[in-house]
Design a protein around this ligand. Sequence first.
Ligand code: PMP
Length: 410
Amino acid sequence: MTLYDFTKSYEMLEEAKQYVPNGIYGPRSPMFLTYGSYPCFLDRGEGCHIWDVDGNEYIDYMCSFGTNILGLCHPGVEEAAKAQMDRGNCFTLPSNLWVDTAKRLVGLNDGMDWTVFGKNGTDTTSFAITVARHHTQKRVVFTAHDEYHGSAFWITHSTNGIPEEYKAYVEHFTYNDLDELTALFEKHSGDVAAVMLTPYHHPAMADQEMPKEIFLKGVRSLCDKNGALLIMDDIRCNLRLHPNGSHAYFGVKVDMVTMGKAMANGHPIAAGLGTEAVKEAAQNVYFSGTHFFSAVPMAATLKTLDIIEEEGVIEQVAAQGKKLREGITGLAKTHGLKISYTGHDAMPFMRFVDDQYFEKNRQFCGEVAKRGVFLHPHHNWFLSAAHTDEDIQKTIDVVDECFKIVKDQS
Ligand code: PMP
């Protein structure tokens, strides 16, 4: 097989550096992948297939970091989006889809009574802690170590340009460690506004971890005892685990939910939801953005949710993920490679166990990319309803070839 060439991608990256800091920033930078073994720019996509600017085709297991749950250019979603586009997108006031979309999200998410719309997950996680602080009249928020809740001042993992005070009142505990969380509640007794939790632990560059049942029950009870809110940050998992919110999947009652990513199959929209008890606080905090009210992503949301429900997408995605897991873990055994493969089948993470600095994983994923499969060496992957059996089989064949390369070189 001829390995892919990325000449145009890297030429474009050099040119981009003249006009954009680092050429590309954030997790889409080639520095987060295997430099030189992945493309930098994509030209088009359809379903779970993407084509880069050099004309190379890939089976995509990142789905734009989760958004493309039905695959790119889904005809039903795009038709709904285009129909709204023909009527207008950004209006001076909210569109006629405002109420329908709000009703739909409230009806969908277990225990939620109201919703607000933003563009990115960060809009809604920031909104949620603001509501929690106003509702409780307390300041401190707890989140798990290494969890990602967005790029805002209060939570970003970055420190450059961010005065320490901006992250004051945010403390971290080890996911699944109730003792640590209990100690934090004691340390900040009387001043805890909320615990923000992801449905399960999905940090970058580490195994994913399911919540222990006792952990979720314990967090809920600590919040209740201390008058703090439990906010479920469902931005990454939402609509891949359970149609009614990942809190329904794990059977825990929450006070607020944040969602984004998959809800409009790639159209820009995110949502924050809450219970009746916190609605008054939500009415009294400021939340706005020029594009928060745009209509096209709402049309896309309604259609995406219809399709997910009508076509049993959640089960379908998990079933394809199971086939991928069985294929990859089986091959690892055959090749005598020790891997860990963790998380829900719809968004798994794979690494080699004796690979502390992810060198093997970078090599492996780079070799895989050069053969037409887009995995990620540091971040969990995402399955979609567009991944066919043929895509999975082709992926497994490529993994087989690249496991052999890793094995031969170790
Ligand atoms: N929370 C979680 C759990 C996420 O995975 C992300 C995005 N990766 C965010 C919040 C932030 O969302 P966004 O990048 O859309 O601001």
